[in-house]
Design a protein around this ligand. Sequence first.
Ligand code: SAM
Length: 194
Amino acid sequence: MTEYLGLRDKWNQRHLEAADAGRVAYVLQEYPHLLPPSGRALDLACGRGANALRLAACGLEVSAWDISPVAIDRLKAEAQEQGLEIAAEVRDVIACPPPENTCDVIMISYFLERSLAPAIIDALRPGGLLYYETFARLSVSTCGPANPAYRLADNELLSLFEALQVRCYREEAVLGDTSRGVRDVAMLVAQKPG
Ligand SMILES: C[S@@+](CC[C@H](N)C(=O)[O-])C[C@H]1O[C@@H](n2cnc3c(N)ncnc32)[C@H](O)[C@@H]1O
């Protein structure tokens, strides 16, 4: 319980100090054309919900969950301001992962809880899409968590979600001209078979 409160307080503080809803993940900026025209989307560990807002603007019925009440309150206010409907909820997604077969799209950015991978796959409906982006260990800057446990190993998203069909995968590591490209992260769009 103390650990839960500590985590919540840490994130509340960060979300309180942040200026805006945050940045839409590159994977959603790059591949919005792969989204279905309608259906249920879940932004898991949504933070202040930039991705949730974008998914709702794309016509999806969006739920957004985060452990931080501050983040969820800010998302609710922003959604109202933009005239978008989002079911935003304070929820510990590790204790209460999404139920099976409920989502057409799951969006996860900058949240890495490896033990949730099977539940995420099960929560997708057949044909459903996972959009995932987070920090990789092979990186050119010091952005993101210093602890390597909170960063993806080389190509790790591909093995975590090997039950899904890869539609797009991008991880540029430290190849070539590192002043160009999208660095420090790995991104995946993958589809549940069926
Ligand atoms: C780095 S932020 C990313 C937020 C958002 N996805 C984005 O890309 O802007 C990580 C988020 O995970 C949330 N979080 C951490 N542990 C969580 C948990 N067990 N359940 C739900 N949310 C959690 C934090 O409150 C925080 O908003």
